[in-house]
Design a protein around this ligand. Structure first.
Ligand code: GLN
Length: 199
C-alpha cells in the first residue's frame, strides 16, 4: 500500500491526513528521523509539508534531527507537496525570514512570506490552475517572487505566482486541504505512482 508521510511537528496536519485517507492511501505522521527512514530505506512513498508557521516548523525540524534526512530524501526524488508554510520550507531562498530561519532549499524559488498582507487578507477562492479550477484557502500566504528556469508555474493569484512544480516537488501558497480540494494531493499520488513504475 502506498504510504504518504505528513510532517507533523506543527500546523494543519490533520486536514492533510483526512484528505489523503479519503484518497485511499496510508498516512504516516513524521516527527523523527526513524519515522522517515528505516533499516530498509525510506518508510514513505511521498511526503506532505503542511501549513503552519514556517520558522517554527524549521526550528522543530532541526530540534528533532529531521531537517537533514528530510532534505536529502526530497532532493533524492521523494515526491513532495508543500502547502503555504510548507512552500516556504521548500524554497531555496526566503526573502524575509524570521531570525535564524532556514529552509530546505530543494525547490529553486525565492518566496516572500505573508505576501498578501495580514490575516485579514485570508480568503477562500476558486483558483485557475494548470490542473483545472481549484477551491482553496489563502491564509497569511506566501508568494513566489522569483523562480529558476526549471520551475513550472501552476497558478497565479493576480500577478503573483502561487503554485509551482519542479520535478516531483510541488509548492503551493494556499490550502486545498481546508476546502477538501483533492486536485494537488491526487497529483502527488500520480508522482508517487510514476516513481514506483520508474524504479
Ligand atoms: N505565514 C506563515 C509562514 O510564513 C505561513 C502561513 C500558513 O501556512 N498558512 O510560515
Amino acid at each position: 500500500m502506498t504510504t504518504v508521510g505528513v510532517l507533523a511537528l506543527q500546523g494543519g496536519v490533520r486536514e492533510h491526513e483526512r484528505l489523503l485517507e479519503s484518497l485511499g492511501v496510508g498516512v504516516a505522521p513524521l516527527r523523527t528521523p526513524s519515522d522517515l527512514t528505516g533499516p530498509d530505506g525510506l518508510r514513505v512513498d511521498g511526503v506532505v509539508l503542511p501549513g503552519g508557521e514556517s520558522s517554527t516548523i524549521d526550528r522543530l525540524l532541526r530540534t528533532f534531527g529531521l531537517f537533514e534526512p528530510l532534505r536529502a530524501a526530497i532532493a533524492g526524488g521523494l515526491p513532495t507537496l508543500g502547502t503555504c508554510a510548507g512552500l516556504v520550507l521548500l524554497a531555496r531562498r526566503v526573502l524575509d525570514p524570521a531570525p535564524g530561519q532556514q529552509s530546505l532549499a530543494v525547490l529553486d524559488v525565492t518566496v516572500r512570506r505573508n505576501a498578501f498582507g495580514p490575516q485579514v487578507d485570508s480568503a477562500e477562492t476558486d483558483l485557475a490552475t494548470a490542473y483545472g479550477s481549484a477551491r482553496v484557502a489563502f491564509i497569511r500566504a506566501p508568494m513566489v517572487a522569483a523562480q529558476g528556469t526549471g520551475v513550472q508555474v501552476l497558478a497565479r493569484r493576480g500577478d503573483a505566482v502561487v503554485a509551482v512544480r519542479q520535478g516531483a516537488i510541488t509548492g503551493i501558497a494556499f490550502h486545498p486541504e481546508l476546502t477538501g480540494e483533492p486536485l494537488f494531493h491526487r497529483r502527488l499520488l500520480d508522482d508517487v505512482e510514476g516513481r514506483v513504475q520508474a524504479a
